[in-house]
Design a protein around this ligand. Sequence first.
Ligand code: ZN
Ligand code: MN
Length: 487
Amino acid sequence: MSGVDYKVVVGLEIHVHLCTGTKMFCGCGLEYGAVANSRVCPVCLGMPGVLPVMNKRAVEFAVLVGLALNCEIAGHTKWDRKNYYYPDLPKNYQISQYDLPLGSNGYIEIAAGDVGTKKIRIIRVHLEEDAGKNLHTAGNYSQVDLNRAGTPLLEIVTEPDMNSAAQVRALAEELRRVVRYLGVSQADMQKGHMRFEPNVNLTISRDGREYKTPIAEIKNLNSFRALERSVEYEVGRQLDEFLETGRVMEMGNKSTRGWNDGKEITVLQREKEEAHDYRYFPEPDLVPVEMNDEWLTDIKSRLCELPLAKQQRYVREYGLSDYDAGVLTAERATAEFFEEVVKAGGEAKRVCNLLTQKGLKLANEKGCSVAELGVEAKALGELAKMVEGGDVSATASMTIFEEMVKTGKGAAVLAEELDLVQKSDAGELERIVDEVLAENERAVQDVRAGGKKSGKARGFLLGQVMQKTKGQANPKVVSEILDKRLG
Ligand code: ZN
Ligand code: MN
């Protein structure tokens, strides 16, 4: 492959279910896993003569996401019919937004490894309704469940600004974090709340010339792993195809491909000879949406600090590692509880350790957030202070935290009860250190001689003191005494 250099180019289309409680144009409830066709009415069944009514909350959620993605919000939008025929679409058209999306020309920042962050431009954010679901589990025929038909669906389309499968995944994960922070979607992948369609092609340089491979759109991916792996696969496939056939992008040779999760390959579905004609036209049964300043201001007031900004602030303000900051900001409830504990006087790194090494595990076991473990921010702050002050060891603090959750007792009480208070009394510790030094002359000599064995011998002596105190000596204090004694 000498002389061949290539760049990956990916744009992404994302569909997100909004958790509005009821459907986009009727009052049917949104309930995952309900008995098939039990959450339907004449409107979402597409009966003749019925009239859709817009769900105001869905519009507000969509605008909120648009604002979070730095989009221009349209003052005037309308609804359009996108016509096509499929068994899961009883009306034979989907109500969507064609030429006037709610949001446009935005961007989102994503973590991009060594480069820090990267801006991905957002072309548009619009609202539409989801279709039902065809089921192929009954044997020789198919069934359709229309419970999902009419679910508010947010469509987000990016510019082809991503240059690796990892960036595509980072964008998808960042979007999930954003919609969850805003409280507009549970974004539960298992329930199909997010679906991805990447557009992939390559720009190849060979012998001083540039070639673009035909774009492939991979349809309907519903996990981050499938998204990342399918883009990786497609990159390899397109490179091979180009080297074999020299085929390049022309008008109309864009194709759609499916992802075979078992074989981990993309499979050709169809070559688009020409663009699909959906015969879009304005929806005559719905009035346009006028967004006035008052309404927009009200929606703006519901924005919160966004996850990536929060993560970066934790690194800057609290000196946490990017990894730790990422764990703490994965869920808004975790981040907010962390901040409360820090406000209550807990030193940030100590609080972070308590939450990431113990709290999240306990919360996960209980199926709740760390804020719901039954330990007040103030109480956890006290525990963090005890670690910081050397009253209990970091290891002991994890045990105490667990007992706080179990018993509801305070940190200081539990430290006493469980006999986990560290000995920091210099007088008593000096006596124990002297005992240990007297019992281990050889190690003392090694430390004093300096050289290779010195560090190991010192560690041994410290270990002996810890053993004598059943691990309750404050290692910092012991270390200071050792330094004093051994010079
Ligand atoms: Zn309905
Ligand atoms: Mn769509």
